[in-house]
Design a protein around this ligand. Structure first.
Ligand code: ZN
Ligand code: MN
Length: 145
């Protein structure tokens, strides 16, 4: 964990972004979180320790991290973007009941990209795949009710 924070800090420096205690806190929180939090959720987690930090500050810093290529933004067509500091190739399973997002590994579906390129003539740069369903927690709750 510490190593990845340091790596991230180096990368920010190369992008000319000055590291502040607040930025460090946001980045560390994201790197240590498995939950793909929204800016609001990060705010709720950090505000006890950083009472002067606003949601807007967090949001602006997340923007900065995304632009520096340190953090991935997951958009869902509304304004509730979620943020992921895990830049490795992985896919997400999303619970339709509670909204939790869980990582899973699967070999990158490069054949889909090749097929898309063949059929459309596009220069393909990437793809996005998400699995929707009910997480084990929510599934368990339904059963006991
Ligand atoms: Zn759920
Ligand atoms: Mn993820």
């Amino acid at each position: 964990m510490a190593a990845s924070v340091n790596l991230a800090l180096e990368q920010l420096k190369m992008n000319g972004v000055r590291m502040t205690p607040q930025r460090h806190a946001i980045l560390s929180h994201l790197l240590g979180s498995m939950s793909h939090p929204t800016a609001d959720e990060i705010y709720k987690s950090l505000s006890p320790a950083y009472p002067s930090m606003s949601v807007a500050t967090i949001y602006n810093n997340l923007r900065l991290f995304v632009e520096a290529g340190l953090v991935r933004e997951l958009t869902y067509g509304d304004d509730s973007s979620r943020f992921d500091a895990d830049l490795s190739d992985h896919y997400h399973a999303i619970c339709k009941s509670c909204g939790s997002i869980v990582d899973f590994d699967y070999p990158p579906l490069l054949e889909v990209e090749r097929a898309a390129s063949r059929e459309t003539g596009f220069v393909v740069e990437g793809h996005r795949m998400e699995i929707y369903g009910i997480c084990p927690d929510c599934n368990g709750k339904n059963k006991t009710q």
